[in-house]
Design a protein around this ligand. Structure first.
Ligand code: ZN
Length: 498
């Protein structure tokens, strides 16, 4: 986190006014990294899955969220300290004070639990008031002086359900079909204390996969059937056993660990996505939510979790079976027919939905933590090359003899070919390499006196620190291939002896 702040990945928001918990800015490097993660997600879902994308408002009128159940059910149990007035999530206070999990208890049972265990305010030791429910949506009004209530959206999914009538026409009667939306979501967390892991405003990438409940299959299931996933089933959690079963997606369905083929498919796809971002397989597991942990709309939910040193296991994706809950509720509340006519027989179907819902901010943190490497006297970010916010560092060996001018030409050449190349001439070459390592720049190009003679430069590899010498004219193509892992570094040019 220190490095992430210092080098411009993540900054606390509103810093000069003392900051506000639960909000973070992405700095110059963080913004690029975040956009690259989003772009990769699009490659998986828009291109790979052949889904449609929409972009709908992030303020929703109250009737939408009444229908979706969020006005009644998007609540957290909280307590307030009678002495200092600070408020807390009831389950967090209980866990911190006793190590016990009180999730799923009624408010009165929580009160009893607190009294019996003598739980007091974690900030000042004062007496706690009664547990009450707090709706964690941000409320606003739409229009000046208007009585029309609106909320900042708690999920992007609702925008997709609302557009279902038009979307199903776009799908031309074919099931399953999927729709994605990427954008901000909001949750008025009671007391966010986990940095970027618990945000009040966050970026989500959600896919709603509409399917026929009489044919709950993914047409390309075989493509991921042999992908291995590690599952922590609800029944083992309830028994208190931290036991992971490792199975293929196919076995997960056959053994009925996962009750829906589409959920198994999207779990396997999520694993592939996380591995693509550079998260090791051994740090990924899927945790089934216990019945009382599930959202009000879900009949089965599996969370992809990534292990981190700082926060332990972090939920990064939720894959839920939303059944026909949303479409049937919106049909009822709006009075519109939200069924779909399917196939040649013209059967009317009320679609069911499986939803893979990704946070973007949390995986970004996990990527940074897993990339951070300390080796001997080196510290570097071992980011996947394609993810690096600076793809190429361009350095003149010295700040004289025409080397800076030549280096700036090389930078322009690389930028004109779409590469994120950054020029740096401050400090010794060793310090510049160290700075580039720290932000995960995979390749550094150095312009030296030999460059002026024969138009060749050295290229240094971040992970091995080995160097090769190559002609400038080959540089754009070579670096592009290297960044895509299409060619081997050492064979790409003449090795340079140190
Ligand atoms: Zn207090």
């Amino acid at each position: 986190m220190e490095l992430a702040r210092r080098r411009g990945f993540i900054w606390p928001s509103f810093e000069i006014y003392g900051g506000v918990g639960g909000f973070y800015d992405f700095g110059p490097l963080g913004s690029i990294l975040k956009n690259k993660i989003i772009q990769k997600w699009r490659e998986f879902y828009l291109i790979g899955e052949n889904f449609f994308e929409i972009d709908s408002p992030s303020i929703l009128p109250e009737e939408v969220l009444k229908a979706s159940g969020h006005v009644d059910h998007f609540v957290d149990a909280m307590v307030e300290c009678k002495k200092c007035g600070n408020s807390f999530k009831a389950v967090d206070v209980a866990r911190e004070a006793t190590g016990k999990d009180i999730e799923g208890m009624k408010e009165s049972e929580m009160d009893e639990f607190f009294a019996k265990n003598g739980v007091r305010c974690p900030d000042c030791g004062g007496e706690l008031g009664k547990v009450f429910l707090f709706n964690s949506m941000f409320r606003t009004t739409i229009g000046p002086g208007s009585q029309r209530v609106g909320y900042l959206r708690p999920e992007t999914a609702q925008g997709i359900f609302i557009d279902f009538k038009r979307l199903q026409r776009h799908a031309r009667g074919k099931l399953p079909f999927g729709v994605i939306q990427i954008g901000k979501g909001y949750r008025n967390e009671i007391s966010p204390r986990q940095g970027i892991i618990r945000l009040r405003e966050f970026t989500m990438a959600e896919a709603e996969v509409f399917f026929d409940p009489e044919n709950p299959h993914h047409p390309n299931f075989s493509r991921l059937a042999d992908e291995r996933i590690r599952l922590w089933r609800a029944e083992d959690q309830i028994k208190g056993e931290e036991k992971l079963v490792e199975v293929t997606a196919k076995e997960a369905v056959e053994k009925n660990y996962i009750h829906n083929e589409l959920i198994a498919y999207y779990a396997a796809l999520t694993k592939k996505f996380l591995v693509e971002l550079g998260i090791p397989e051994t740090a990924i597991r899927f945790r089934e939510q216990k019945p009382w942990q599930r959202a009000h709309y879900s009949s089965e939910t599996w969370d992809a979790e990534v292990h981190t040193e700082r926060f332990g296991w972090v939920e990064v994706t939720g894959i839920a079976n939303r059944t026909d809950y949303d479409l049937s509720r919106h049909a009822k509340f709006s009075g519109e027919d939200l069924t779909m006519v399917v196939g040649e027989e013209g059967r009317k179907v009320l679609c069911h939905v499986v939803e893979p819902s990704y946070g973007i901010d949390r995986p970004l943190y996990c990527v940074l933590e897993h990339a951070y490497t300390e080796e001997d006297d080196r510290k570097y970010l071992k980011l996947k090359k394609w993810l690096a916010p600076v793809e190429v560092g361009v350095f003149p060996l010295l700040k004289r003899d025409g080397l800076p001018e030549k280096a700036m030409q090389v930078q322009s050449l690389l930028r004109s070919r779409g590469l994120l190349a950054e020029y740096d001439d401050s400090g010794s070459i060793g310090r510049r390499y160290a700075r580039a390592d720290e932000i995960g720049t995979p390749y550094c190009v150095t312009i030296d006196h030999q460059t002026l003679e024969d138009n060749t430069v050295t290229v240094r590899d971040r992970d091995t620190t080995k160097q090769i010498r190559v002609p400038i004219e080959r540089l754009p193509e070579l670096l592009t291939s290297l960044l895509r892992d299409e060619i081997d570094f050492e064979g790409a040019g003449t090795p340079v002896k140190k």
